[in-house]
Write a new protein. Structure first.
Ligand SMILES: [Zn+2]
Length: 964
């Protein structure tokens, strides 16, 4: 071999090993018939499977995903339950779905097959003889699908509206890493082999269908054109949502498509149709656009062709032209998010506003690129389609609606102005905030992570939002032209293939000529935070010497500029660095120098980005008082406040302000000051709380809070108390962020100064909770020590789910006390204000007599024995006390309850009903709970003195602000 040939040979073999990429080819022919009375599909499927891998295959994994809806042991049912949804867990037989009737043959010969050991929506075909590398087989099977109710996930029907997705037997992907069998899940949907589809759908003639592929029936195309003409002339849509009767005659619609990896179709008899066209920016080819919708939101859908047009146009411009002949969006009712993508066809849920509809349509259309043509493994790397797609969504919305932001759209202008929300961009609200809120509280997760491991919040906040904003940062750094060049190259190189994260990185680094390790290693693969600050500015002749400090963990590029009258002048990108770096910058008589004036960088702390060039306190931010609350402000130190009113019978009404520095939860120092003017004492009263909180993802704790709480109120007429409580609270790290298990340790010292005495109490409490969706439980143990007593207590709570709506709530308690002072006795009855010797609760009255007009002594706190009726003092205990309680929700909001307790010598019991309006929702919890004892150990309750035995609990929390 000659030397030159040897070199050529080496080059070739290097190239060969680098080019080990292969993908299988699957060409489907499916005939399917819809039975719209029984909501079933009957089909026959043929798959020509070509093994392009270098290996012989002895078996094939198949996805038979309609089985995900079969029972409550499927991976889907379990994931939904973990995410708090019991719909599939408690589904009726009629609502569930499945696939059966399978009879696999290969080249006409029957083959053995079996279900996956754990997943009934995966099966394995054992080939009679191995499928050799480079060879093809024809696989065939009949199948029967019972279509589930659409409320669970993506395959389903709402009466006679059909969403037929993930519905046919489909081989799993076989790639360089081997087989990828995966059960169907809500989170992390796709990974599929490319090929072609030739699908014939038979259904009653009056259905309108939107599907993957090009419709082959001229008659049906004419029918759709006609429907489009009719829709065009409608000026007012009716609100009739009823289904017309199905035609007795049927039609068979045939769809063909190449270079796709999935096939979805949607059928409804009520669809209006609109038709349009888009000319692609590069090839100037024309693509037909269809939208199909019911009367439900027809007024919003009137302009849907424009949304389709712009989506196809901009995605083609930024990534590469749409290669198919048609693109369709249909209006459907799906439970899983706002919309769902399939090749050439997307289904859109209820949107409420035109701009929301446009955003969902464009996002789903965009998936034709990120999922459809760039078919990455979404189960393993969900950011490669959802995240990159969200980045183009961010660009699209910013380009088309520069003024739009979600809050301005949803909240009346008066409030956005009052709450200082009007200056936030759409990126601030929809992109950054979700990421920041998780990052500030130690709950963020890396962008590169298996889709099953994300919390619900992070699937949105990290996979979608953070990916979008970090690519926006990368674009600001590389420039828009370079970003487009990278994306187009990525598309050109990887379209109709399965790109991996390293393939994307290779393209970006090669095209940009930059080492993007800070981006692909740190931004994408870790939860490290980005944060730069300005340490100092020195003047040197014409220049400024600006020293920057990297206070974060990522050496990403940083942009600085001089700012004059709010305008950024001559911005300069500084390559990332560790520690400090001094740069020379032209001194142009600026008001201040600022890092990232335009908000390109996803910095978790933006409050150290400004330094004035003159003055003494150069780095001090101006203070911005802000009523109620607001999001972070990158330039100002916010002080929040809102008016507050308090009531207890001694202070009467007190009015004042609550002043605080944290609205959204965050680590670090927080204060809360509540000065009040009391109508009762004509004097000032109130409270103050200082705390320091640290979140961690690496330590044994999740959060650690040190705080001091001080308050001063009256505890009796003209008797004032001062209470100071230092406290340490540890919330331990959970096994995983998705875990429902919480453990905490709380220790505190209460220093209580009353008129005649000074008291001190030491407390320690350990708590454990498993907040699983079905049968959650929690328990705590505590020790407490005062000057002349000590207490040990154990308590537990268990909720037994009977079905989706009915449940039993069970409480158990055991306590031991060592005391000679009655006030510290263990109480059988639930506490009221007079029992609260440490002054922990906010109460209307600390008086046990009923000489008030209002029944304040009936206020209760579920402490110690916790019985819901008042018990005789002889049932209290100076030693041992145990009790149990159970309730059953009869009919919302009414429950029946029963309770039992003993102090070792006597027994107390009771029963009755409870009226409960206490609700927990996002941003709100509170309400009123009333107990009506009907029978107690003293007999049947007397209705004439009901005002004395009824007990109540009342509280309100709004948006993290406690109105108390
Ligand atoms: Zn998406």
């Amino acid at each position: 071999m000659k030397k030159t040939n040897l070199l050529l040979f080496i080059l070739l073999s290097v190239n060969l090993t680098a080019q080990e990429y292969f993908q299988q080819e699957l060409n489907y022919t499916i005939d399917v018939e819809l039975d719209d009375e029984n909501h079933t599909l009957k089909g026959m499927e043929y798959i020509d499977y070509t093994n392009n891998s270098p290996n012989d295959l002895e078996f094939l994994w198949f996805h038979i995903w309609p089985n995900a809806y079969k029972n409550n042991t499927t991976a889907l049912a379990k994931q939904k339950l973990e995410d708090g949804s019991t719909s599939l867990h408690y589904a009726t037989e009629e609502e569930k779905g499945y696939i059966n009737g399978l009879d696999f043959k290969v080249n006409g010969e029957k083959v053995k097959w079996d279900y996956h050991q754990e997943q009934i929506d995966i099966c394995k075909l054992f080939l009679n003889k191995p499928l050799r590398a480079g060879q093809s087989i024809r696989i065939s099977t009949p199948f029967f699908v019972k279509i589930p109710n659409a409320k669970f996930s993506r395959l389903g029907h709402v009466e006679q509206s059909y969403m037929i997705t993930q519905w046919y037997p489909k081989p799993a992907v076989y790639d360089k890493d081997g087989w990828h069998p995966m059960p169907y899940l809500d989170q992390g949907e796709f990974y599929s082999e490319f090929g072609s589809f030739d699908v014939s759908i038979t259904l009653p003639s009056n259905y309108t269908v939107g599907a993957t592929g090009d419709l082959q029936n001229k008659g049906e195309i004419a029918r759709l054109n006609k429907l489009a003409e009719v829709t065009d002339t409608i000026t007012k849509f009716s609100n009739d949502m009823s289904f017309p009767l199905s035609d007795l005659s049927t039609k068979t619609l045939r769809y063909i498509q190449h270079n796709v990896h999935d096939f979805g179709w949607f059928a409804d008899k009520r669809f209006h149709v609109l038709k349009g066209e888009v000319e692609l920016p590069n090839t100037k080819e024309k693509v037909t656009l269809w939208t199909m919708f019911t009367n439900n939101e027809a007024d919003l859908w009137k302009n849907s062709i424009e949304y389709m047009h712009d989506a196809v146009y901009y995605y083609s411009l930024w990534n590469g032209d749409y290669p198919y002949k048609q693109c369709t969006a249909v209006d459907g009712t799906i439970s899983a998010g706002g919309g769902m993508e399939y090749p050439n066809v997307t289904v859109i849920g209820e949107s409420r506003t035109a701009i929301a509809l446009e955003e969902v349509i464009m996002h789903e259309v965009g998936h034709n690129w990120f999922y459809g043509m760039l078919a990455s493994n979404e189960r393993d790397h969900p950011w490669m389609d959802e995240g990159l797609n969200s980045f183009d969504e961010l660009r699209y919305m910013r380009l088309k609606y520069p003024e739009h932001n979600l809050l301005n759209n949803e909240i009346p202008h008066f409030f956005t102005k009052m709450l200082d929300l009007k200056d936030y961009t759409n990126k601030n609200i929809q992109g950054e905030l979700m990421y920041f809120m998780n990052a500030w509280t130690g709950k963020d997760q890396p962008i590169e992570l298996h889709s099953c491991k994300y919390t619900g919040m992070n699937y949105g906040g990290i996979v979608y939002s953070k990916t979008a904003i970090v690519f926006d940062y990368l674009m600001a750094y590389l420039g828009e032209d370079m970003m487009n060049k990278c994306k187009r190259t990525y598309f050109e190189k990887w379209k109709f293939k399965h790109p991996q994260p390293e393939d994307l990185r290779a393209v970006f680094e090669e095209v940009s000529g930059k080492n993007l390790s800070w981006f692909f290693d740190d931004m994408i693969k870790t939860t490290k935070h980005l944060d730069y600050s300005i340490s100092s500015i020195k003047k040197e002749t014409k220049d400024l010497l600006i020293t920057l400090k990297n206070k974060g963990e990522i050496n990403g590029p940083v942009i600085i500029s001089g700012v004059k009258d709010g305008k950024s002048m001559t911005p300069v990108w500084v390559e990332g660095f560790e520690g400090e770096k001094t740069i020379r910058y032209f001194n142009g008589n600026y008001d201040h120098i600022r890092i990232d004036h335009n908000g390109y960088m996803p910095e978790t702390n933006r409050n150290n980005n400004i330094m004035r060039t003159k003055g003494i306190f150069k780095a001090t931010e101006s203070i911005k008082p802000q009523i109620i609350g607001s999001l972070y402000h990158p330039e100002k130190t916010q002080i929040f406040f809102h008016p507050i009113m308090n009531y207890n019978i001694y202070n009467k009404h007190s009015y004042g302000l609550k002043i605080y520095n944290q609205f959204l939860p965050k680590g670090g120092f927080a204060y809360k000051v509540i000065p009040l003017y009391s109508n009762g004492t004509k004097d000032f009263t109130g409270e103050i709380k200082l705390s320091y909180k640290k979140f961690s993802q690496t330590a044994k704790y999740h959060s650690l809070t040190l705080s001091v709480d001080a308050r001063q109120y009256l505890y009796d007429y003209n008797k004032e108390y001062t209470r100071i409580m230092p406290q340490l609270n540890i919330e331990f790290k959970k096994p995983s962020l998705r875990s429902k298990i919480y453990k905490y340790l709380n220790t505190s010292y209460v220093h209580l100064v009353k008129e005649e005495e000074t008291l001190g109490f030491i407390n320690a409490q350990f708590g454990y909770a498993n907040n699983r969706t079905i049968n959650p439980f929690s328990a705590y143990s505590s020790i407490e020590k005062g000057y002349n007593y000590s207490k040990i207590q154990l308590g537990g709570f268990f909720r037994k789910m009977i079905n989706q709506k009915k449940q039993l709530n069970i409480r158990g308690y055991i306590g031991y006390v060592n005391t000679e002072d009655n006030i510290y006795n263990l109480k059988m009855s639930a506490w009221n204000g007079s029992d609260d010797y440490m002054f922990t609760e906010r109460v209307f009255s600390r008086d046990n007599s009923s000489n008030h007009n209002l029944p304040y002594k009936q206020q209760y706190f579920s402490r110690e024995g916790g019985l819901k009726h008042f018990t005789n003092d002889s049932l209290n205990s100076s030693q041992f006390l145990a009790s149990t309680y159970i309730d059953y929700n009869l009919l919302k909001p009414i429950s029946l309850y029963a309770e039992l307790g003993t102090n070792g010598s006597k027994i107390a019991y009771g029963g009755g009903f409870t009226f409960n309006t206490i609700a927990n929702g996002p941003g709100f919890n509170g309400g009123l709970q009333l107990y009506f004892p009907l029978i107690t150990e003293e007999g049947v309750a007397h209705f004439d003195n009901y005002s004395n035995i009824l007990r109540f609990n009342l509280y309100f929390n709004l948006g993290g602000l406690k109105f108390d």
